[in-house]
Design a binder for this molecule. Structure first.
Ligand code: AOS
Ligand code: ZN
Ligand code: ZN
Length: 385
């Protein structure tokens, strides 16, 4: 039990700057009062989440949504607030130039522009001390024959190579994949296999980012986790929930059992600690619910799934697996999953000097009332994410 508590105490969950800002679907953005007007205010909100949960010490930035003049000063501001800068998320999907793709665009001029943006993101990593460059490409085609599938892979590989070679010794590239959307016929990085193949070709600093919402319904995500862990190529998660497609709902909301199964693979591979090098990030949008409480809830959902995974009796599981006792093995997992870990997590927070109920503590803190009064004209995240 002490090990379980120690592991939970050291857990690290990264929150995304864009989750604090207004967001929506392509149909409507419902603006909320008090949302951040600039990157500093997003960081301030992330710091509140960290102060209340104790396990969210970094915030991911998105360029250009978080563009500032002086990134060193922004990192200093974050440190003063008690948080660090996490992954730098690039954006090569919002300009008109990218209609036919960014790094895979048939036009070399557009490819140059996209690659330059990725290189600029590495400069920002240098200035902020960020370790990770997260790449997600909306590139793909809508119609058979629209472009050469193979040529687009070559262009992708060429751009990735240039950016990879620019990375410093302690910097990494996280290559995210997504089944479809916004392209509907082909997507240039549609699945973990494509991302994995490019990462292998690139070298040790390139690893796969699994966004839990980016798969076909029914995909066994924990298999992908186990496979990539074994290959040493799992770099990060973008956690969220989906019912249908890239819903970006709160992690653990739609399928807490899936999240538990994923965390079981992580715990079984001893990959939870910061030293293991896997970034556990949220990639969510809170379109209709209050943002800061939703992010706290999401952090707590990850903690609950992790606690249950840590409670799995590994010896009993191994014995049942060795004996070929299917039912006993499954029962070991289900016993852990069906444990109510909320009392354990409440106790842990008290041991850490935190309020046992972070959401109630947030509501009592007066922070929401303050930001509603102070922040007029809050920002839109930029896109539905
Ligand atoms: C897009 O669907 C993705 O999930 C991305 O991770 C994206 O890069 C992120 O939402 C920030 O732009
Ligand atoms: Zn994502
Ligand atoms: Zn997504």
């Amino acid at each position: 039990m002490t090990d379980v508590r120690a592991a939970l105490r050291q857990q690290r969950i990264e929150t995304p700057s864009w989750a604090y800002a207004n967001s929506g679907t392509r149909f409507k953005v419902f603006a909320q009062a008090g949302v951040p007007r600039n990157p500093e205010e997003k960081i301030a909100d992330a710091a509140v989440v960290h102060r209340l949960t104790g396990v969210a010490p970094t915030v991911a930035l998105h360029i250009p949504w978080d563009r500032v003049e002086d990134y060193g000063a922004l990192a200093k501001y974050a440190a003063d607030q008690g948080v660090g800068i996490g992954a730098i998320n690039s954006n090569v999907f919002q300009d008109d130039d990218y209609k036919l793709g960014s790094v895979t665009n048939p036009d070399p001029g557009v490819r140059r522009k996209a690659t330059d943006h990725l290189l600029e993101c590495v400069d920002i990593m240098d200035a902020t001390g960020s370790r990770d460059l997260k790449l997600w490409f909306s590139d793909g085609t809508n119609y058979p024959g629209q472009d050469s599938i193979r040529a687009r892979q070559d262009r992708l590989a060429e751009a990735l190579r240039e950016v990879y070679d620019r990375l410093g010794d302690d910097q990494r590239m996280l290559l995210e994949y997504k089944l479809f959307e916004p392209a509907f016929y082909t997507t240039d990085v549609p699945d973990w296999g494509t991302s994995y193949a490019h990462c292998i070709e690139l070298g040790p600093k390139a690893t796969v980012c699994i966004d839990t919402g980016h798969h076909a319904p029914g995909t066994n995500i924990e298999f992908i986790v186990a496979f990539l862990l074994r290959a040493g190529k799992l770099g990060a998660f973008d956690f969220n929930s989906r019912f249908y497609a890239d819903d970006d709902l709160m992690v653990g909301a739609a399928d807490p059992f899936q999240l538990f199964r994923i965390m079981h693979e992580i715990v079984a591979a001893d990959a939870l600690s910061a030293e293991a090098g896997i970034a556990f990030m949220l990639d969510q949008c809170h379109n209709i619910e209050a943002k800061i409480p939703a992010i706290i809830r999401s952090v707590m959902n990850v903690q609950e799934a992790t606690a249950k995974a840590l409670l799995i009796d590994a010896d009993a599981l191994a014995a049942a697996q060795r004996a070929g006792d299917v039912l006993a093995a499954n029962a070991v997992l289900m016993d852990a999953y069906n444990t109510d870990v909320r009392p354990l997590l409440r106790e842990l927070r008290e041991e850490m000097g935190l309020d046992p109920d972070p959401i109630a503590a947030y509501h009592r803190s007066g922070y929401q009332e303050r930001i509603v009064a102070e922040r007029v004209g809050g920002e839109q995240a930029g896109w539905g994410a």
